[in-house]
Design a protein around this ligand. Sequence first.
Ligand SMILES: NC(=O)c1ccc[n+]([C@@H]2O[C@H](COP(=O)([O-])OP(=O)(O)OC[C@H]3O[C@@H](n4cnc5c(N)ncnc54)[C@H](O)[C@@H]3O)[C@@H](O)[C@H]2O)c1
Length: 431
Amino acid sequence: MNMTPETIQHEEHINPKRFSFSIKVSIRYMFQKQRLLFVFVGIAIAALVSNVVVFPSTSSSQQSKHVSGSFRIAELTSVPRRIAYEVHSGHVNVGGRIPVGLKPKSLRVLVTGGSGFVGSHLVDRLIARGDSVIVVDNFFTGRKENILHHLKNPRFELIRHDVVEPIMLEVDQIYHLACPASPVHYKYNPVKTIISFLNRDHKTNVVGTMNMLGLAKRINARFLLTSTSEVYGDPLQHPQVETYWGNVNPIGVRSCYDEGKRVAETLTMDYHRGLNVEVRIARIFNTYGPRMCLDDGRVVSNFVAQALRKEPMTVYGDGKQTRSFQYVSDLVEGLMRLMEGEHVGPFNLGNPGEFTMLELAKVVQDTIDSNAKIEFRPNTEDDPHMRKPDISRAKELLGWQPVVPLQEGLPMMVSDFRQRIISNPKEGGSS
Ligand SMILES: NC(=O)c1ccc[n+]([C@@H]2O[C@H](COP(=O)([O-])OP(=O)(O)OC[C@H]3O[C@@H](n4cnc5c(N)ncnc54)[C@H](O)[C@@H]3O)[C@@H](O)[C@H]2O)c1
């Protein structure tokens, strides 16, 4: 009789005395016709299936976090942000295939001041990247027109809200830009208007920043503050590096902005050190581009609007003070790299090309009207004599540097301003 395992097992039940004999038969059977090889191949397949499908590759670090029982974003700094959110919110896909209908989430990003000049360009980039964006703005200096093209996009929301009041939202990242940034309000209506705007500046920078930091803490969001080169005041060091502490007049007419941003930086670092909020700080140098407010007192927008309206370009002082001018797309790229990167900052984000006001006026003449006139006016109080960013840190740690020279960026701004001035000559009013 030919002995197979079935017959052997059957025999054992019938006659237990034949048990030792049956083991020998089994072993002999296994060595026959390469059956041992089949056994090993079977074991290997079973091990592979259990590793890949049944117990997927949870990294040891993630396992240890499971053991500790708490998922704090701060503990996941080495995990890319998008994944960190998914782990945190319990949506993590721990391996294998993503269940049907559960695609990886896109980021939810809050942009305060998102209907302003810089904010609206940032929103464009975030939406283009596939993120969901919430803009919070009180339209103090921002314009709905800047974000009108997103209003029908289901990934876009606009909330009219003043950041000096708290707000509760669920997002992964907060870009905090809300702040009256143009100096024209300081000068427009002496005393009364100045005081009210000065107070508002302080409130937005201090209370508004605190509210947004508080929100970031509650929802474990990463927070980016848009600070300014004005924190260097009238600098005694040139060009300015991030380690320079500045030379700011604490009681001057510009102090509301300069000191307001300095306090905002302090608050940001205190929330980071004391409350583990993930923060980023950008110190922005003069930026220009389409959608800037017409006649907002910033030198590029002033010169361009004046030259287009055939008015003289107003130069304050002797025009030898220097500034650097960065095109808005360069800034937005820097802000996004900073937000996504691992470094807190502060980082100078600006174009190191340095121009005197008279040189800038010449570029505007070359671009718009070679006959545009220049009119000199007495200089304003505490106007910095020179400004030029040292961007070595951003180059090294963010891999960032501006790529759009003034001669290329200015015409893009001019065509936007021309169109706005022609279609609505009253926009911004006359300078
Ligand atoms: N553009 C530059 O050259 C420059 C330079 C340095 C720093 N910054 C900083 O970048 C940020 C954006 O500047 P911008 O040039 O786009 O200015 P902007 O005036 O065009 O934009 C600011 C936006 O914030 C909104 N806002 C102001 N106060 C608010 C409040 N209390 N609540 C809600 N919204 C409020 C305004 O309505 C506006 O939409 C500001 O924080 C500014 O200080 C800009």
